[in-house]
Ligand binder design. Structure first.
Ligand SMILES: O=C(O)C1=C[C@@H](OP(=O)(O)O)[C@@H](O)[C@H](O)C1
Ligand SMILES: C=C(OP(=O)(O)O)C(=O)O
Length: 671
């Protein structure tokens, strides 16, 4: 996950490949709650691992459920069998509607029958998301519930015991959130000694989510009788029975971003999405129909979809989106690529979700330059030609972050493509922590559009540390080109090759089987990271690097590191030879004395004894060799910015380079 203040998406051009979806949030949290209330153990396969499920799991543990992760990733949930394991607790439920609403109902009924005192709270936005209709229904049943902040909103305090009145139908409003009805449907089986009836007041929204609830209740032994979408009966004697094992489907709302991606950018090859398909129980698979109306070509199987571009530009549509409230946000960004306006209607519920999504979508689309009209429950988006580089504020709303990533394909409709900045990209943790990594695995960009920062300089100037820090702050990859030369030197000397024989060493360099992962370097599967840091490896690197054929052999390998979202390349000729078009070139120096001192400290810290004077002599000799070699001698690129960090802390250097970079980016940060 990118835990950084912002992530810049370079202009993207094409999409292809296979995406394995994370588990459905709606199914995961329902299954967890049902398993947590049941007797016995449920093996949950493919559960979503995200903020929303983490708060549900923590709450279930507090209430007495047992959670055990198996080695194969399956989670065993042993439920409380309807008996509270504690009489008092405070449950923090983040911004998970699928945790707050259903847990409030289940816990209210359990507290009424078994006694206790529980507080349910969330993030500040959760305390602005309505729950009054559910609280009213539960109070009418006899539950004692106090709203600790504003009436009708969390945090809630549940106390008991209190007498329940279950003989009259339970009335609940269905036109603000379907989660209130879901909550009652999942909680009332706990107390259904007689038939319990629920009546929906007002037009029920988001109906497919009720279908998910009914399907999963059935799996846990509860056969609810449904009469239209107005009346539901939980039969007398209902009791949760664990089905033993449950498989969680991939998330259909998360699929929408990749369906959109396919519709916009899968020209040669389809985007294949695994985890949902024609047999899904999730209403959001019907997003596919909307994408097809806009022009996408879609093939599907029971649990997969394949999407490619059909009509281009996309076709503007008018659609009632009440049945796909979450996925519909994706349509609003796809609309920028259409041939005419797109109007999304019946989406009033957007106003009470992670943020006021109607207002947020309109505001952020306008930052890109789009013309957008917004009504109380609708949004109209015009196609966009003149794109502006926008910093998209994400309001701690995962879906805003994810759907606006599709705006990075603007280069397909304008001659002047612009990058898109996504603020607080880590907000995707709510339902899809690896969203951006998955996106980058599926897309390609023109090489020249992918930003590169080069950091060149002499040995021990701190290039590696600076490059790592900058890359980390921007979410970019790092190319430690020195490591490639070190690895080539190591592989050649292990093979008994004369390091002064450029041709022979180049042959080894061409065949290098190198892999970089989590800061380690592997040669033919062997972790050589420590061997590469030895002084002899540095000396050998300098020797092999002097041969033009070796430099040529490693060139393509280095260019291959240039992938979205960007690259920080450190070395000696990154800005001069390998990435001459880099957006920022830094030449990092420090006095020989400072560098010798730093190297000395490093070695001592590793328990290796060293002599400062001889270290200094070594690095001066190395400087001379690197500067005077005929192939790519070490010198600053003409357009490099010089940075002498002798008297700077690493933080100061990082700040300075980030500031230089910020000045070269096209973004104005506006709120
Ligand atoms: O029950 C569910 O799992 C959900 C229902 C929908 O909410 P509303 O019923 O409030 O529209 C949806 O937006 C939410 O992401 C998940
Ligand atoms: C509305 C959403 O979440 P929640 O389950 O918190 O309601 C959502 O995921 O888009």
């Amino acid at each position: 996950m990118y835990k950084i203040p912002f992530l810049d998406l370079p202009p993207l051009r094409a999409a292809a490949g296979t995406v394995r979806l994370p588990g459905s949030k709606s199914i995961s949290n329902r299954v967890l709650l049902l398993a947590g209330l049941s007797e016995g153990t449920t093996a949950v396969h493919d559960l979503l691992d995200s903020d929303d499920t983490a708060v549900m799991l923590a709450a279930l543990k507090t209430l007495g459920g047992q959670i055990e992760a198996q080695a194969d990733g399956v989670l065993n949930v042993t439920g409380i069998g309807g008996k509270l394991g504690t009489q008092a607790a405070q449950l923090f439920l983040g911004n998970a509607g699928t945790a707050m609403r259903p847990l409030a109902a289940a816990l209210a009924l359990l507290t009424a029958t078994q006694g206790g005192s529980f507080e349910l709270s969330g993030v500040p936005r959760m305390h602005e998301r309505p729950i009054g209709d559910l609280v009213d229904a539960l109070r009418a049943l006899g539950c004692e519930i106090a709203c600790l902040g504003n009436e009708g909103y969390p945090p809630l305090k549940l106390t008991g015991p209190s007498a329940l009145k279950l003989d009259a139908p339970v009335k609940v409003r269905g036109d603000v959130s379907s989660q209130f009805l879901t909550a009652l449907l999942m909680a009332l089986p706990l107390v259904a000694t007689d038939d319990v009836q629920i009546e929906v007041v007002g037009e029920l929204i988001s109906k497919p989510y009720i279908q998910i609830t009914l399907t999963l209740l059935e799996r846990f032994g509860i056969a609810v009788k449904r009469d239209g979408w107005e009346r539901f009966t939980i039969p007398a004697g209902s009791r949760y029975r664990s089905p033993g094992a449950v498989h969680v489907e991939g998330d259909a709302s998360s699929a929408s971003y990749f369906v959109g991606l396919g519709a916009i950018a899968a020209v040669d090859q389809p985007v294949r999405i695994e985890g949902v398909g024609s047999e899904s129980m999730q209403g959001d698979v019907r997003f596919v129909e909307a994408a097809q109306q806009m022009g996408a070509e879609v093939k599907s199987g029971p649990n997969w979809l394949e999407v490619r571009r059909g009509a281009w530009p996309l076709k503007g549509i008018t659609l009632d989106c009440n049945h796909i409230p979450d996925a519909a946000m994706t349509l609003a960004v796809m609309a920028l690529y259409a041939d005419g306006p797109t109007t999304l209607t019946n989406i009033a519920s957007w106003r009470v979700k992670e943020t006021d999504r109607l207002s947020a979508m309109a505001t952020e689309l306008r930052k890109l330059g789009a013309t957008v009209d917004e009504g109380p429950d609708w949004l109209r988006v015009q196609p966009l030609q003149d794109w502006k580089p926008a910093s998209i504020h994400t309001y701690d709303d995962h879906r805003i972050a994810m759907c606006f990533s599709l705006a990075a394909f603007n280069g397909l409709v304008t001659e002047h493509p612009v990058p898109v900045r996504i603020e607080d990209p880590a907000c995707v943790a709510k339902t899809f922590p690896e969203y951006f990594e998955t996106l980058f695995d599926t897309v390609s960009a023109s090489v020249s559009d992918i930003p590169v920062i080069t950091i060149d300089g002499p040995t021990a100037s701190g290039k590696g540390t600076l490059a790592d820090e900058i890359a980390h702050k921007l979410g970019y990859a790092v190319l430690d080109s020195g490591a490639l030369y070190r690895a080539a030197g190591l592989a050649a000397s292990r093979a008994g090759i004369d390091l002064d024989d450029g041709k022979e060493v180049a042959a080894v360099a061409r065949a290098l089987d190198l892999r970089f992962a989590q800061g380690r370097v592997y040669l033919a599967g062997e972790d050589i990271s420590d061997a590469l840091r030895l002084e002899t490896s540095g000396q050998n690197a300098s020797r092999v690097a002097a041969h033009p054929p070796v430099r040529r052999a490693l060139n393509q390998l280095q260019l291959d590191f240039r992938r979205a979202p960007g690259l920080v390349a450190d070395g000696r000729d990154m800005g001069t030879d390998v990435f001459p078009d880099a957006g920022l070139k830094v030449f990092l120096t420090a006095s020989a004395a400072t560098r010798a001192e730093r190297r000395h400290k490093q070695l001592i810290a590793k328990g290796i004894s060293a002599n400062i004077e001889s270290l200094r002599a070594d690095l001066e000799a190395r400087d001379a060799r690197d500067k005077n070699r005929s192939a790519s001698p070490l010198h600053p690129a003409q357009d490099a910015l010089m940075l002498d960090n002798s008297a700077q802390t690493i933080e100061e250097s990082v700040e300075l380079v980030l500031d230089w970079w910020a000045r070269r980016r096209p973004f104005k940060v506006s709120r």
